[in-house]
Design a protein around this ligand. Structure first.
Ligand SMILES: *[C@@H]1O[C@H](CO)[C@@H](O)[C@H](O)[C@H]1NC(C)=O
Ligand SMILES: *[C@@H]1O[C@H](CO)[C@@H](O)[C@H](O)[C@H]1NC(C)=O
Ligand SMILES: *[C@@H]1O[C@H](CO)[C@@H](O)[C@H](O)[C@H]1NC(C)=O
Ligand SMILES: *[C@@H]1O[C@H](CO)[C@@H](O)[C@H](O)[C@H]1NC(C)=O
Ligand SMILES: *[C@@H]1O[C@H](CO)[C@@H](O)[C@H](O)[C@H]1NC(C)=O
Ligand SMILES: *[C@@H]1O[C@H](CO)[C@@H](O)[C@H](O)[C@H]1NC(C)=O
Ligand SMILES: *[C@@H]1O[C@H](CO)[C@@H](O)[C@H](O)[C@H]1NC(C)=O
Ligand SMILES: *[C@@H]1O[C@H](CO)[C@@H](O)[C@H](O)[C@H]1NC(C)=O
Length: 707
């Protein structure tokens, strides 16, 4: 009862605000998830929401251009000097050897919470704000970065950093006791109150998620399982959810936060953050495919400015603020059929992580890979959702197509009125390299925070780099830079050991424009020979705080340590070697080319992959492969969240009682609403129980609803 009252209060508040204020007011309710449809379009005869270009003559969005050049000329220039000083530590006179600093991008792949945590702890080791990392010489690379890309789990960290004003990742993940409440990874994603999906608190949580999703659907936008997933993501990675408001409607839980609003954050306004981009793939509309995509399917990128594709087959971008608007040849149906607010931040991260089409089996009502309770929770939510709202494809992110009618000869969805976006790794490219290889961006260095799980022990095996190299060769030659030479197969990656320690690819191009240099920092067994704790499964959707702490420390230590062949000792020169790699293209672009210093030459002998003379895995002794859970009882031991907050709730209640008395009219409205809701919930519960007893009849229900 106690927990219910604030919920009631909040709903009242929402109703009151909705009644008394114009629709544009910031109501801070979970229903802010709903976009506004049928709004006045800009005058499309004078401004265009679409930008088209050609693969050979690409343009970037002008605001991207100006963001990057301002950041480079102010923040980044200083950051290089803070990191490398005058260069003498590397054997260079920097001002004589480098006339233009290399342009750096960081890529964070997918792999759920493992990849997000791997990305976060690696970033900390590259962040000059952490004194340990700065002393090791690795801290500083983050500060000289122009772009950061994320995909699936990697998009969660990209988004989380962007919506929390770019703090250090230890503050971001663990909280700082002030405005940052941390990722709350010990509260399970799908079943925050434990495995019983019908517990009161799980039901209240699901009620909030569904309320968001239904509000979006009520605007005439088709939703899917990606929308409830997006709402779950928002509770952990955006900035409005704390341990004490988790099971309440007291806040919007990020529902009103828009990806396009990243440009209004202080870190963006002061050019302190790299330009963030996330990647999503697309399933050709009508294919209904539940298999991995082929490499020719369109890959999209979503920046705070645009959803775009630099694939030669599309070569267009759409103003992100107006995403959700269906355009044909760049035109709307009429002057007032535009949509705003579709680019909800959780939905962007959910789109990039929408992996359902390959694992949701309608015929058998199963969601493979997820644990049984996570799968039950998600299927329950989907059945609830489908009982209330119209949908189309249930297993993908549904986006109204702004590109209909464009690139008619080559664009796979040129006739479709919706596009079906799915997880950015669906075409086997699990690392979001695509945006960083776009010719017009002219990147010199691609830093890879490689947290992919490829082999049986969840370590990477290079297959993602191989897929990117192949896609570039087969489809992106006119539009994207080439990928540097890498081992040709996962087996070759493994036998060279380059997937198990830091490696530089592409150190010695004949010409600096041939391909960028890749700094590859793979998740790998601890250098020291300790038991690994960071090679967890992609579908593990909760971590005890103790596990996350140990995960962070282990990855951080590996990342600041490099390796010394045939030992378990850190390399005291690793920080310098990383600096050598980061600056090397600047030297190569200098006229005349300055010779590589002897310090850097030694580094490159050890860390560069030479296809003619590949290294050997045997140089990495005593590396333990098999995951050992450092906190086996961790998640089952979770305390009650409300237990800790009872006093606060009671204190707040006394004040509320008086307020509630003033709102009796609203109470009546609320009761009516609640009664309607209860009826709906009963019905859906019935359906779901039937589903448990008789899966085939529930299958029928799902299909029935989806019509
Ligand atoms: C390249 O595109 C720009 C901007 O769209 C245009 O002004 C320019 O004429 C184009 N150049 C060529 C060679 O097509
Ligand atoms: C470094 O190069 C700059 C520019 O060529 C020169 O002015 C300076 O004297 C050099 N510094 C040293 C220590 O050689
Ligand atoms: C830097 O981060 C690591 C990993 O979280 C932590 O162990 C270390 O104490 C931090 N260093 C400082 C000086 O805060
Ligand atoms: C939030 O409100 C919705 C709609 O009234 C309800 O279904 C849901 O259970 C509420 N959630 C919480 C946590 O109180
Ligand atoms: C995909 O599903 C739609 C709707 O159920 C159906 O009309 C269409 O024929 C299917 N396409 C393929 C290729 O199976
Ligand atoms: C999107 O369109 C609006 C209206 O034309 C414009 O004000 C805004 O600058 C555009 N945003 C971007 C990122 O192009
Ligand atoms: C414009 O399009 C919207 C959405 O399709 C529709 O609701 C509205 O009635 C249309 N207005 C006119 C004047 O046709
Ligand atoms: C490499 O990883 C891919 C998945 O990414 C997997 O299918 C393949 O079996 C792995 N190969 C080896 C040799 O580990």
């Amino acid at each position: 009862m106690r927990t219910l009252v604030p919920g009631v209060f909040c709903s009242l508040l929402v109703i009151v605000i909705a009644l008394s204020l114009p629709a544009t007011a910031n109501s801070n309710s979970v229903t802010d998830y709903a976009p506004s449809t049928n709004v006045q379009c800009p005058d499309l005869s004078t401004t265009s929401l679409i930008r088209t270009f050609s693969p050979k003559n690409q343009t970037l969005h002008p605001d991207e251009d100006s963001y990057i050049s301002t950041r480079e000329n102010t923040v980044i220039r200083t950051a290089w000097t803070d990191w490398l000083g005058d260069g003498s530590g590397l054997g260079y006179n920097l001002s004589a050897v480098v006339s233009m600093f290399p342009k750096v991008g960081i890529a964070i792949p997918g792999g759920g919470l493992r990849a997000a945590q791997y990305g976060a702890s690696t970033l900390l080791a590259l962040d000059s704000r952490n004194a340990t990392a700065k002393d090791a010489g690795t801290g500083g690379l983050l500060q000289v970065t122009s772009y950061i890309t994320g995909l699936s789990g990697g998009s969660w960290i990209t988004g989380s950093l962007s919506f929390n004003d770019w703090p250090t990742t230890d503050d971001l993940v663990f909280g700082n006791g002030k405005e940052l409440s941390g990722w709350l990874l010990d509260i399970p994603f799908v079943t925050p109150d434990g495995d019983n999906i019908f517990s009161d608190k799980n039901q209240a949580f699901y009620g909030s998620l569904l309320w968001s999703v239904v509000s979006k659907a009520n605007q005439g936008i088709d939703t899917s399982i990606t929308d409830v997933w997006s709402r779950m993501i928002s509770y952990h990675f955006l900035s409005q959810t704390t341990r004490s408001n988790f099971f309440t409607n007291d806040t919007a839980h990020g529902a009103g936060q828009l990806w396009s609003h990243i440009t209004q954050t202080p870190a963006y306004q002061s050019f302190m953050m790299p330009f963030p981009i996330v990647v999503a793939d697309s399933r050709p509309v009508g294919s209904n495919s539940t298999a991995a995509l082929s490499l020719d399917s369109v890959v999209y990128e979503i920046s705070p400015l645009e959803i775009a594709s630099y694939d030669p087959s599309l070569s267009s971008g759409m103003n992100l603020s107006y995403a959700g608007t269906h355009l044909v040849n760049g035109r709307s149906n009429n002057g007032s059929s535009c949509t705003l607010g579709f680019d909800q931040a959780g939905f962007i991260m959910g789109t990039s992580a929408s992996l359902f089409n390959q694992i949701l089996d309608f015929a058998h009502n199963t969601l493979s890979q997820f644990s049984s309770s996570d799968s039950a929770g998600l299927l329950y939510l989907l059945s609830q959702q489908l009982s209330e709202v119209r949908t189309r494809a249930n297993d993908v992110a549904n986006w109204p197509n702004p590109f209909q009618g464009l690139a008619q000869q080559t664009f796979q969805d040129t006739q479709a009125s919706w596009i079906e976006l799915i997880d950015g790794s669906s075409n086997s490219e699990n690392i979001p390299y695509g945006p960083l290889l776009v010719n017009a961006r002219k990147l010199d260095v691609l830093v890879t925070l490689e947290g992919s799980a490829d082999d049986v022990n969840n370590w990477p095996n290079g297959s993602s780099l191989i897929a990117t190299a192949l896609r570039q060769t087969e489809f992106l030659q006119p539009s994207h830079q080439k990928f540097p030479p890498i081992p040709p197969t996962p087996e070759a990656f493994i036998s060279a050991g380059v997937n198990a320690r830091p490696t530089f690819f592409g150190c010695d191009p004949a010409n600096p424009d041939d391909y960028p240099l890749v700094i590859y920092l793979p998740n790998s067994p601890p250098l020291t020979g300790a038991d690994p704790v960071a090679n967890t499964a992609t579908f593990q959707l909760a971590y005890s705080l103790k596990h996350t702490r140990l995960f962070f420390d282990q990855v951080f230590f590996n990342t600041i340590s490099g390796f010394l062949p045939n030992t378990n000792k850190p390399d005291p020169n690793w920080g310098k070697c990383l600096q050598c790699a980061a600056i090397d293209r600047g030297r190569l672009r200098h006229v005349p080319v300055a010779p590589r210093s002897s310090i850097c030459s030694d580094c490159f002998k050890q860390y560069c992959f030479d296809p003619q003379n590949p290294p050997s895995r045997s140089e990495l002794p005593n590396r333990k492969q098999v995951f050992v859970d450092p906190d086996p009882q961790g998640i089952s031991k979770l305390e009650s969240f409300v237990g800790d907050n009872k006093l606060k709730l009671v204190g707040g209640l006394i004040g509320l009682v008086a307020f509630i008395a003033l709102l009796s009219t609203a109470i009546l409205l609320y009761r009516k609403y609640k009664r309607k809701q209860t009826e709906k919930v009963k019905y859906a519960r019935l359906v779901f129980e039937e589903f448990q007893e008789n899966p085939s009849s529930a299958t029928y229900q799902l299909h029935e609803y989806s019509k």
